[in-house]
Design a binder for this molecule. Structure first.
Ligand code: PLP
Length: 443
């Protein structure tokens, strides 16, 4: 472990000049910012020399293969000294290799478009759908449906497609054509007759009929809602969703930014449910936080709609400057190799089952845990004041649990402060390399 050393000048430089994400800086006028200086496996050390088990993979479910992977650093280095970057519509060796390897895991999909962040990957889908609407539907099928409590990113268009009103509250006005469908959290269900899955999907159909199916082009969903409260859709949901999309010719977009690359014990979250998506987006786990890379993946049928040699407006008129950085796919390729060679999908299933069993045992002991849910190493615990009424604990209580857990050396997360009154879910998503001892220590 690194020793506390003289990082005072760095801490002061950070305090004076760095604007941290998602942080109220007022308390930092007197306290120190958190600076993480080193990591190995699941462990990280901060500038004060404190050691933590990171139970959320870099704070936002990203570092799937754990910290300190020299083979990924080597792969990126080798690529960068040979060829770091070239745009001008050109490809790169690692991009082609990674695309081929990725698509081996994604039957039915055949094209990868490279970008840098989850938001960007999602916004590319919206642009593709809008271009298809203009060119192939005479301006119809331009609306984008998204689900209450889901999150798809931080840009204006992805916030317009965000089901967490508090996140979007300060940044409007938003573009037209984004329409919300109801959530599918069974614990807080609207119906209680055993048909929740089908009925939650039927609620989507009601929105489509209300809007007019000829206006709706895309349904954008997380396979398991992450920051909105770790919501695994109930039985019967996905089959019905797929039927509805087919019936009204609506493209289905699965946002795998969190679940992608192994988080649930399968390569992708949607593969747990037998879904056949038209678009899949991924970011965080793709290179496990070793490089900024995201992908928008689609079918040959979608891709073909952008081909027409005679018309300069036919191709996808989009660019991403750093979507051409060759370090990203080099890191991603090595990340996939590690997941395969080290059997991390199996470890994710085994350790996920252990984490789940541990959480269920905690639930038996502590009435404050109202619900435990998730898949693989992606688990949540919903905290309530009263199990019978399911009244959520308040936000200061959740914040205290997270802070006191960190004080005991384990970093966990909580659902976003973005679903008013319901930000009461503890989030656990350790790296896929977690050991049984680490899972038990986290619990
Ligand atoms: N989609 C989901 C499901 C996410 O959880 C996130 C980020 O947390 C995003 C998209 C946005 O990704 P990024 O922050 O890389 O833009």
């Amino acid at each position: 472990a690194p020793q506390p050393n003289d990082l005072r000048p760095v801490i002061e430089a950070d305090r004076r000049h760095v604007w941290h994400h998602m942080l109220q800086h007022k308390p930092l006028e007197t306290g120190d910012p958190r600076i993480i200086v080193e990591g190995k496996g699941l462990k990280v050390w901060d500038a004060a020399g404190r050691e933590y088990i990171d139970a959320l993979s870099g704070g936002v479910w990203t570092v799937n293969v754990g910290y300190g992977r020299t083979s990924i650093a080597d792969a990126v280095r080798d690529q960068l000294v040979r060829m770091n970057y070239f745009a001008q519509s050109a490809g790169s060796i690692p991009a082609a290799r990674f695309a081929e390897k990725l698509l081996e895991k994604m039957p039915g999909l055949s094209r990868v478009y490279f970008n840098n962040s989850g938001s960007e990957a999602n916004e590319k889908v919206f642009k593709m759908v809008r271009q298809i609407a203009h060119r192939h539907h005479g301006g119809g099928k331009w609306k984008i449906l998204y689900r209450e409590r889901d999150y798809h990113g931080t840009t204006i268009a992805t916030l317009a497609a965000g089901g967490q009103p508090e996140r979007a509250a300060m940044y409007g006005p938003y573009p037209d054509g984004f329409v919300m469908v109801p959530h599918c959290l069974e614990y807080r269900r609207q119906w209680d007759d055993g048909s929740y899955g089908e009925r939650a999907a039927d609620a989507i159909e009601e929105v489509i009929l209300r809007e007019g199916p000829e206006t709706v082009g895309l349904l954008c969903l997380e396979p398991i809602t992450a920051g909105g409260g770790v919501i695994v859709p109930p039985a019967g949901y996905w089959e019905r969703v797929q039927e509805i999309c087919a019936r009204y010719e609506i493209l289905l977009h699965i946002d795998e930014v969190v679940c992608g690359l192994g988080r649930t014990g399968t390569w992708f979250g949607y593969q747990n449910f037998g879904i056949r998506p038209d678009f899949v987006t991924m970011a965080k786990g793709v290179a496990s936080g070793y490089a900024a890379i995201s992908c928008t993946v689609t079918t040959e049928a979608v891709f073909e709609r952008f081909k027409d040699g005679a018309d300069p407006m036919a191709h996808f008129r989009d660019i991403s400057t750093f979507g051409g950085c060759a370090g990203g796919p080099a890191a991603a390729l090595e990340t996939m190799r590690i997941i395969e060679d080290e059997g991390l999908l199996d470890n994710c299933l085994a350790m996920g089952a252990r984490l789940r069993a541990n959480l269920e045992a905690l639930k038996e002991k502590h009435a404050v845990i109202g619900d435990v849910r998730g898949m693989g190493l992606f688990q949540g615990a919903e905290l309530v004041k009263d199990r019978a009424t399911r009244e959520p604990v308040d936000e200061p209580s959740i914040a205290r649990v997270v802070a006191e857990t960190a004080a005991r050396g384990v970093m966990i997360g909580a659902s976003n402060r973005s679903v008013p009154g319901l930000n009461n879910v503890l989030c656990l998503a350790p790296a896929l390399v977690a050991s049984a001892a680490e899972i038990d220590a986290i619990t």
